[in-house]
Design a protein around this ligand. Structure first.
Ligand SMILES: [Zn+2]
Length: 153
């Protein structure tokens, strides 16, 4: 079983069996299209353009979040092309979704919200937006890290 089907060797912490995010991998900044828990169609832009460009390090963190969360989820949004992003009311023009660093994960209740945020911080996401029915996660290196904000929509 490979952790990551289209790229380099799996990098797993032998003590925990969980993916280990090394600085080297994050610096490589590879683009990724698929991982064990998230097929391509769950990561690509929803406008129908078919584009998907997710950073490898960000996807590894999403995988780690998913494993620690322990329950399946489908991101509401992962990659978003600039044209599609520009049509979304309230979306930042420099959205981390357009750079392949961000994921919006649906949550149904307070317990899931806590568990997801806990898993995401553990996995290394450094920027978290809390919205009414989803959590935004990203590790965009161009923005301030170690931030949590309230989503306005
Ligand atoms: Zn698109």
């Amino acid at each position: 079983m490979s952790f990551y089907r289209e790229s380099t060797q799996p990098v797993v912490n032998p003590d925990t069996g969980l993916p280990y995010i090394s600085e080297e991998i994050v610096r490589m900044n590879q683009t990724a299209t698929e991982s064990d828990h998230f097929p391509r169609h769950e990561l690509e832009c929803h406008c129908g353009c078919g584009e998907v460009e997710i950073n490898y390090g960000s996807l590894m963190k999403l995988e780690t979040t998913r494993i620690r969360y322990g329950k399946p989820f489908v991101p509401n949004c992962a990659y978003r092309c600039q044209a599609h992003n520009d049509t979304i009311k309230g979306a930042s023009k420099t959205s981390s979704h357009t750079k392949g660093y961000a994921f919006d994960i649906p949550v149904e209740n307070d317990a899931d919200r806590w568990r997801l945020i806990n898993a995401a911080i553990d996995a290394g996401f450094t920027r978290i937006g809390i919205y009414s029915n989803f959590i935004h996660l990203d590790d965009d290196p161009d923005k301030n890290d170690f931030r949590i904000w309230w989503g306005k929509y």
